[in-house]
Design a protein around this ligand. Structure first.
Ligand SMILES: Cc1cc2nc3c(=O)[nH]c(=O)nc-3n(C[C@H](O)[C@H](O)[C@H](O)COP(=O)(O)OP(=O)(O)OC[C@H]3O[C@@H](n4cnc5c(N)ncnc54)[C@H](O)[C@@H]3O)c2cc1C
Length: 469
């Protein structure tokens, strides 16, 4: 590598190379999908994939593991219900041959109706799937100039450096975007050790008894809830730095910001007791904190929905007011972080290419999708198009009626309406139902349209998912 930049790495005898920068969820998916397309196209001169990952040489403020596709906070890929928007998106990813979904399925931990994984095994599995792929060369080094046009001389470049990307990404991006590079905040939930919980003060159950009882539920009486709420509202918080503006993603608000909106915000939100009955009293508690297992061994648990920007001392004081957590040991405290994303509808083309920098694509959370699943799904599609472009084929959009098509459509041109802000996948992004269809049939129509669109589309673009071990 000369001057921190790659030279002919990863090309070998291939006519073209897809370069992916950042081995996170989006980057690994992009690399794996580009390799899948490459595997079907040897007659076109061959296509190689090179993937840069800066860990373990450098870590962002939130990354700590040397593995690829690190899950920086929760270990959950959310609902597995195929009738939910995120469940549908995951089903589509599986159909397309997603590396993330294959890895996640192989190291699930019990989590009721959610797909949650053993974090360590998930990372190891992604490492292995990338290492075993003969078309991908993994380069453990930081790309010092991710937008250097020289990188694109052998083929398309996918920049997937994530929401915590360093100045080597954000500086040029801000310049390219004419200062329109945005940021907002997100927050991490704490993790506690199971052996530090009071076994007489929690019960194992899934909401509405839908599952084997994967969550540990920590009940609070009305008095305990009120004391907790008062302490939460009075607690010290980490202040934003002068150059940082306090803006949060509505789907991931810090617990204290939710509490400040009114006492019922918590009992209708992360502390909601509905569907849970304490077997010791036979009653529904006034409020409940749910703990989800972090690993298969069940030694560590995540406080579900308890992202926070309280100071470390305040977190210990306030969370120990939850009776089951009176002596809790914190394996990780909550934290706040910056989350960088671009104004995709104005800055990117419909395929998430950068018109101002031909040959470059953006992938992952930095494009304004929000969440592990969404970042991986968007990365998968960018990988497909980067490989198609390298092979001289036209880039394609997924069917608009699908979950993936709906997610990506949100990043496309939007007639300049409203300020762009990141979004999870949700049914509000899907095309409207047929006119005059009774409301109760909307969701059925949406699901049917999304499920039936893929087979003809995949035939049309001649895509077959890679077999996964
Ligand atoms: C602190 C935090 C907590 C989050 N919690 C959740 C959550 O609980 N659930 C959820 O669904 N979503 C969460 N998100 C949102 C989002 O889903 C994740 O950030 C997701 O990991 C984004 O995937 P990505 O591939 O875009 O970026 P990342 O997964 O961050 O991957 C980027 C990769 O690029 C590498 N890299 C960066 N710069 C370079 C460079 N110059 N050269 C080489 N490599 C480089 C990094 O080391 C990293 O491995 C969280 C985000 C943050 C920041």
């Amino acid at each position: 590598m000369a001057d921190g930049q790659p030279t002919d790495l990863g090309k070998g005898s291939a006519a073209a190379v897809v370069t992916v920068i950042g081995g996170g969820l989006a980057g690994c998916e992009a690399a794996a999908m580009a390799a899948t397309v490459a595997a079907k196209a040897p007659a076109e001169g061959g296509l190689a994939v090179r993937l840069f990952e800066m860990k373990p040489e450098c870590f962002s403020p939130a990354h700590t593991s040397p593995h690829l596709a690190e899950l920086v906070c929760s270990n959950s890929f959310r609902s597995d219900d195929p009738d939910s928007a995120v469940g549908l998106l995951k089903a589509e990813m599986k159909l397309l041959g997603s590396l993330t979904m294959a890895a996640a399925d192989s190291c699930r931990v019990p989590a009721g109706g959610a797909l949650a994984v053993d974090r360590e095994r998930f990372g190891e599995t992604v490492d292995r799937l990338i290492a075993e792929n003969p078309r991908i060369e993994l380069i453990r080094a930081k790309a010092e100039r991710p937008f250097d046009p020289a990188l694109a001389k052998d083929g398309p470049v996918v920049v997937a450096t994530g929401p915590l990307a360093g100045p080597e990404t954000t500086g040029p991006l801000a310049e390219l975007a004419g200062g329109g590079n945005l940021h907002f905040y997100d927050a991490l939930a704490p993790i506690v050790t199971r052996d530090s919980l009071d076994p007489d003060k929690f019960f194992a159950a899934d909401r509405y008894a839908q599952g084997p009882g994967s969550y540990l539920n920590c009940p609070l009486s009305q008095d305990e809830f009120e004391a907790f709420l008062a302490a939460l509202l009075a607690a010290d918080r980490v202040r934003a730095r002068p150059f940082e503006e306090e803006r949060y993603f509505e789907g991931c608000l810090p617990i204290e910001v939710m509490a400040a909106r009114g006492p019922r915000t918590l009992t209708f939100g992360p502390m909601k007791p509905v569907g849970l009955v304490d077997p010791r009293t036979g009653q529904r508690p006034a409020a409940v904190v749910q703990l989800r297992p972090e690993n298969l061994a069940g030694t560590h648990y995540n406080l579900v929905g308890f992202q926070t920007r309280m100071t470390v001392g305040a977190q210990e004081e306030v969370f120990r007011l939850i009776p089951a957590l009176k002596k809790a040991k914190f394996a990780r405290h909550g934290a706040i972080h910056r989350n960088t994303y671009v104004d995709a509808p104005r800055f990117l083309d419909p395929f998430q290419g950068i018109p101002a920098l031909p040959g470059f694509f953006l992938a992952g959370q930095i494009t304004g999708v929000e969440g592990y699943v969404e970042s991986a799904a968007q990365g998968l599609w960018v990988g497909l198009n980067a490989a198609r472009t390298a092979l001289g084929r036209r880039p394609v959009l997924p069917p608009r009626v699908s979950a993936l098509g709906s997610l990506l459509a949100r990043l496309g041109p939007n007639d300049g309406q409203k300020p762009f802000c990141p979004s999870n996948v949700n049914f509000g992004l899907f095309p409207p139902p047929s006119p005059n269809l009774p409301k109760r049939q909307w969701s059925l129509e949406r699901l049917e349209r999304a499920r039936s669109c893929w087979e003809p589309f995949l035939k049309e673009i001649d895509h077959a998912p890679a077999p996964r071990p």
